[in-house]
Ligand binder design. Structure first.
Ligand SMILES: Nc1ncnc2c1ncn2[C@@H]1O[C@H](COP(=O)(O)OP(=O)(O)OP(=O)(O)O)[C@@H](O)[C@H]1O
Length: 246
């Protein structure tokens, strides 16, 4: 469904993403993990059309999308969410979701109808008339998810939808994400909450200092010395092994 091949992005002298590749099959939930500053958000920005890669190719359902503007990519069925959620403060929950629905629905009535369906899907059915401004962090995260889904996305890129949530809210949003996948939407997610990565994703890619350093099941990756060292520093895998023997 999505193929990122040898993509590079430089900011001045800094290589934020360095020759990174990944492939995503339809119907999967795949995680993109890595320490702070690894280049995850930059990679998402390139896939979503918010940044143009300096090198490499990105194809979505066989079509080259690198360098296309976000609205064109969104129209093809690929939508991203943002780490920092900014709802339209003066609008209700329903109206906010309808903004996403307007991508494919010209009439307000159709957009609102689509928004209602999506709100139910993400568990916001009872908050439709509430002001978006009054939502809690968890509510805002759900709203962000709903707005993206309302665009009729086939592939959703979720950027840290669990950041700032308490454990019970994480359990709820994990269930919602699983339901979204079961409804036919493929998901690529950036996530620091490892418990969620472990329970949600069938495979994960690890980015470190711009380079894709590992790919496998989450279980394989947490035992991979290269991954452990990326998070905890050089020699950490060996030290942990020593600790385990002690
Ligand atoms: N617009 C920009 N201009 C200059 N440098 C940038 C820009 N955006 C990101 N960077 C730098 O690129 C590197 C990768 O940042 P990025 O935000 O992609 O990492 P990340 O893996 O998403 O990090 P986090 O987990 O902390 O969100 C960092 O060193 C960051 O400071």
């Amino acid at each position: 469904m999505l193929r990122v091949a040898n993509v590079t992005k430089r900011f001045g002298g800094l290589v934020a993403v360095n020759d990174a590749s990944l492939t995503l099959e339809q119907g999967r939930i795949v995680a993109l993990i890595g320490p702070n500053g690894a280049g995850k958000t930059t990679l998402f920005a390139m896939i979503g059309g918010f940044l143009t890669p300096d090198a490499g190719s990105i194809t979505f359902e066989g079509q080259e999308i690198a360098g296309l503007p976000p609205h064109a990519i969104c129209r093809l069925g690929l939508t991203r969410t943002f780490q920092i959620v900014q709802p339209f403060a003066g609008l209700t929950v329903l109206e906010n979701i309808a903004v996403g629905a307007h991508l494919h629905h010209r009439s307000r009535a159709d957009a609102l109808e689509r928004a209602r369906l999506v709100a139910e899907q993400v568990g916001m059915g009872r908050m439709l008339d509430q002001s978006a401004q009054s939502l809690t962090v968890a509510g805002r995260k759900r709203l962000e998810l709903a707005r993206a889904l309302a665009t009729e996305a086939k592939l959703l890129l979720l950027d840290e939808v669990m950041a700032g949530l308490i454990p019970s809210e994480i359990v709820e949003i994990v269930a919602t994400i699983r339901q979204i996948r079961d409804s036919g939407v493929t998901i690529l997610l950036i996530e620091h909450v490892m418990q969620a990565v472990m329970s949600l994703s069938e495979e994960a890619y690890v980015l470190n200092q711009g380079k894709m350093i590992a790919h496998g099941t989450p279980k394989q990756l947490v035992a991979d010395p290269t991954v452990i060292e990326a998070y905890l520093g050089h020699g950490a895998a060996e030290r942990l092994k020593g600790g385990a023997h002690a």
